[in-house]
Design a protein around this ligand. Sequence first.
Ligand code: SF4
Length: 461
Amino acid sequence: MLSVLDLFRVGLGPSSSHTVGPMRIANRFLREARRAGFLATAQRIEIELQGSLALTGIGHGTDKAVILGLLGFAPETAEPDDAEAAFKTAIATKTLALAGGPSFPFRPVKDILYRGDIVPDLHPNGLALRLYSSASTETPDFTRVYYSTGGGFIASARRLARPAKDDVVEDRARSPFAFGSAAELLALCEAKELAIDALILANEEDRERSETVSQIDFITDTMLACVDRGLNTDGILPGGLEVVRRAPDLYRKLKTGAGVNEREALFDWLNVYAMAVNEENAAGGRVVTAPTNGAAGILPAVLRHYCCEDDGAPIRSKAQRFLLVAGGIGLLYKQRASISGAEMGCQGEVGVACSMAAGGLAAVWGATPAQCLAAAEIGMEHNLGLTCDPVGGLVQIPCIERNAIGTVKAVNAARLALHQTGQGKVSLDQVIETMRQTGLDMSSKYKETSQGGLAVNVVEC
Ligand code: SF4
């Protein structure tokens, strides 16, 4: 089993598949090149972005992420300001200083290839890196191809090409309560008389339990810090669309109490928290994949509204239950389908986040495991077919509002499930499989390529 903590990665925006994953790939490439003895003699590097990484790579900042990874920045620890300064220096000086390796001339126009015409068989987010021991030679000394498979996960060609033994990620036997489907998860909860969060926690037994819990608390704090920064940072988002940050203004209005008696104020609060995170993400700030950067606003918004005191202080027991259950549901999507917009469209990002948040919130409200899974099912059922068509290749339109809508939908899904009696007609496993099939059938125009939908119907500024 994967760990729930694998789903919640801290990194810089705006995209887990196009920013966090590529930065990790660059880190890994350097390690492999060093081990193979090719790093010290390198005089040139070629970065080839393939498929969706090429088609939306500029708007998503993939080129920058790879360069930062080569400079030694890691998604978990990179400070946005330091990273920006290092990137600007590399571009201005036309020099790349490989972490732990040599410095050499670097010209993005020549050394970064955008190969949107290459659609890799293994995954649409391909990234080839090549080292040359001479600036003039045509033949690389060291080449690796990797894939950014969504949510910050990365894989080598060898790993992806390996046929899956079953539908569960390897090392299944190491978890005491391994499950490969929602039905198995539910059966385990009932047989062991465990709530979903207790079962997920037990599955983390290869870590010290206190370590898992403290990591969950760290994720909570990072999510809430992101909400806070987004609520208090005005300005225009980068990238050229001139999108104004809306969360701070709405937050000021809500704080002064305008319209506070309106029943619909609930929507405003959920909206403002979700947009705060996604505006931070769009600005390249520090966010938590949940399960991706593009969909990073939904879980923190529910967390902030339902698992915190009025002043924003987390209520730890609620936050832990929420994230463990949401994470357990996220694992089902990761293992049985995909959380990559380039493979599934936005149903695999915002849809999955909505499903995770619905299940987690139902647990916070005291739902049974069956009701939690029903909430997750409803959260996805009404996102099926959701396309990914970011305008200008930027994670702004429709992404920011879409997280707000997804948050409200998640809360409603949890409410519906709590009032549900008996078995629903559609199971979570059925809806995950439907999402997977829908994603496979979906035209590539709607899978993070900016070649269809809003991306071609909205005129860029
Ligand atoms: S439309 Fe959805 S999947 Fe596509 S970039 Fe935006 S949030 Fe991600």
